[in-house]
Every structure is written in structure tokens, then in C-alpha cells.
Design a protein around this ligand. Sequence first.
Ligand SMILES: NC(=O)c1ccc[n+]([C@@H]2O[C@H](COP(=O)([O-])OP(=O)(O)OC[C@H]3O[C@@H](n4cnc5c(N)ncnc54)[C@H](O)[C@@H]3O)[C@@H](O)[C@H]2O)c1
Length: 348
Amino acid sequence: MTKVGIVGCGTISKFHYEGYERAGAKVVHVCDLNIDAAKSVATRYGARVSTDYRTLIDDPEVQIVSVTTYSKLHKEVALAAIAAGKGVVCEKTLTDSAGSSAELATAADKAGTFFTIGYMKRYFPAVQQAKTLLTDMGQIISIHARTWQAWDWWNCEIPKEYRNHPSGVINTNGGGILVAGGSHILDLLHFLAGRPTNVCGQMYIREGLDFDTRANAMMWLKDGGIANLEACWHPMSYAGYERNGWDERIEINTAKGRLDLATPMWNKPTSNGALLVHQDAATGRTTEYRYPALNPFDIEMAEVVRRFECGEPGSPSAWDGYVVDELISQITKSAQTQTVCPMIWRDR
Ligand SMILES: NC(=O)c1ccc[n+]([C@@H]2O[C@H](COP(=O)([O-])OP(=O)(O)OC[C@H]3O[C@@H](n4cnc5c(N)ncnc54)[C@H](O)[C@@H]3O)[C@@H](O)[C@H]2O)c1
């Protein structure tokens, strides 16, 4: 039975520890600076508790360390886990900079560490089906991707707690909507359409805030296709296919047809399944792929445990995490310099 330690017992950790336990692994040690947060998880599983992640990493029983604390701490904690010979499951984003992510991915490679990054949306059956269908859909013409999440920064006074830098948003995620929401879509774009060759970005940062509430990017794809991304915290509480403000969709147009993919709200994945619609260009035949409302974190954790126990590498990999961070970095640079930025990949 695989034994797991969790570093950071906040919002996202629940999806890890519940997923591990459902997958037959055992949570044996949990850590948080906030001892009460750690204790509330530990009592569920009879796990040991610590407030220093090094104590957890030194625990000989821990085989996999889930890094579920702030993105700015991922590198430090993950490097310590790699040095101690543990497997690592790191929440997204991999780190808070492309350089750090490349460093971390290199260290994981060198040590032969089992390492995976928490882009769990790849595990929606609808996403897997889209990937399969694309193999027979010819050249990509264009992609329109959006992640719109209901959080109204457009009609409100800026609350006091967000006026200082670094704000809570920057502290937790390392960035605004491009990092918090856009990262998932950039990962799906990379998974479905490969690595872009150039990017052009634009970001809106409201005066008084230190993070973007809307970010756009145009990304050149290898075979002449183009991908458009819009990430936004928006005021439309009823937008989206679930009519709950969650509006995350990808439309992929190819030489042979169109795919439309919609995902359910990230923290309520069991309310609705992701939806995939395929239209054949020549016949107009339209197929709707409906799936049960599955929790992609559960699929991800089951896959982590299976792969770890079989000695297979983690997927998505640390380098997949790096790709997203490099895209974020170049989109941000493009927005700041108002230039098109070529993608120069540090692992090639
Ligand atoms: N996959 C997803 O869809 C998804 C969704 C939300 C958040 N995330 C990612 O998860 C990570 C955590 O986000 P969150 O929303 O759970 O944040 P959170 O603030 O709810 O939880 C973070 C926890 O880490 C603890 N912590 C801080 N410093 C620590 C340290 N040195 N050692 C141990 N614990 C420490 C905090 O006390 C807190 O309990 C971020 O990287 C975020 O990007 C991913």
C-alpha cells in the first residue's frame, strides 16, 4: 500500500487526500504551518502531524509527497522531497517562474524521481476522447479557448485585504487569472495541440490591484494553426454551460471538423460531467459525448498510485508543468513589451 504525506492542508489538499484514500493509498503524515489545519486532516486518517515540511519528508514511511501549498513554495519543498528519494505530486503551477520550473524538472529527471504535476483536467474522459478524435481530424486551423470564472472585480470597491502587494491572490497562486485559471487551459492546449512557437499577450490589471483579472493570448501553432485564449474573472454569475458562472470551453477547428469541449466547475466536478461535441466537416454529423459526473482528481490520484506502484513515470510530467510556466512567462512578457515573443524551450 502506497504511503503518502501532504504538505499544505488548505483548499486543494482535500482533493489529494480523499483521492489517495479512494485509490487505496494511505495518508500517513500531514503538514501545515497552521497546526489546526493539519490536525483536522490527520484525525481523519490517523496520520502524523508536523508544522515543518522537512519533518514530513524525513518520515521513512512517506513514499510520495503531495505538495499542496502555495506555488511560490513548490520548488523548495519538491527539491527537498527529490533529494530524500520520495515521489512528488505537485499542485499546479509547478513553480512561480519558468526558470525555477525548468530547474525543478531537471532535478526530478536527474534523480529519476516519480513526479507529476496536478493538471487533473487531462483526466476528464471528455478530454481523453478529444485527444483520440484529434488524431484523425487533420490540421488544426484555429482554437478558441476560454476560462471565465465568476469573481466580480469589475463592479466592486477593491477590498482592503487586496490593496497591498503581494495580495492574497499573488501569495497563493503566484499570479492573477492567467496563472490561476489560464494555467489549466494552457496545459490542455499543450496536451491537445502541442507546444506553440510564438505568443502575443495582453493583460488587464485594474488600478489598485497587483494581479490581472483578464488575460488574452494568441499562440502560433506548429503547423500554421492559431490558438486564442481568454482568461477572465468576470461578473456574470449565470454564464457557462452549467449556468453557474463557470465558463470554461475549448473550440478546436480542424481541416476535418470541430470539437467543442466544456468542463464543469473545478471544485464541484461531481455536479455535471464534462461535455464534448464533435462535428464532422464533410457530413455535418454531430456527436455529443456525455459522461457521468466524474471527479478528475480521483482519476488523477488513482493514476498516481497505479503508476507509482508499477514503476511508470508520472503523467503529466514535471516538464509538462514547465511548459505551462514558460507560456505564462512569455505571455506576460509579451503583454508588458507589446511584442510577439518566440517560444524558446529550455529542454530542447
Ligand atoms: N488543481 C487545481 O484546480 C487547483 C485549485 C486551487 C488551487 N490549486 C493550487 O494549490 C496550491 C494551494 O492552493 P490552495 O487554494 O489550497 O491554498 P490555501 O491557502 O487554501 O492552502 C495553502 C496551505 O498551505 C499552508 N502553508 C503555507 N506555508 C506552508 C509551509 N511552509 N509549510 C506547510 N504548509 C504551509 C497554509 O497554511 C495553507 O493551509 C496552489 O499552488 C494553487 O495554485 C490548484
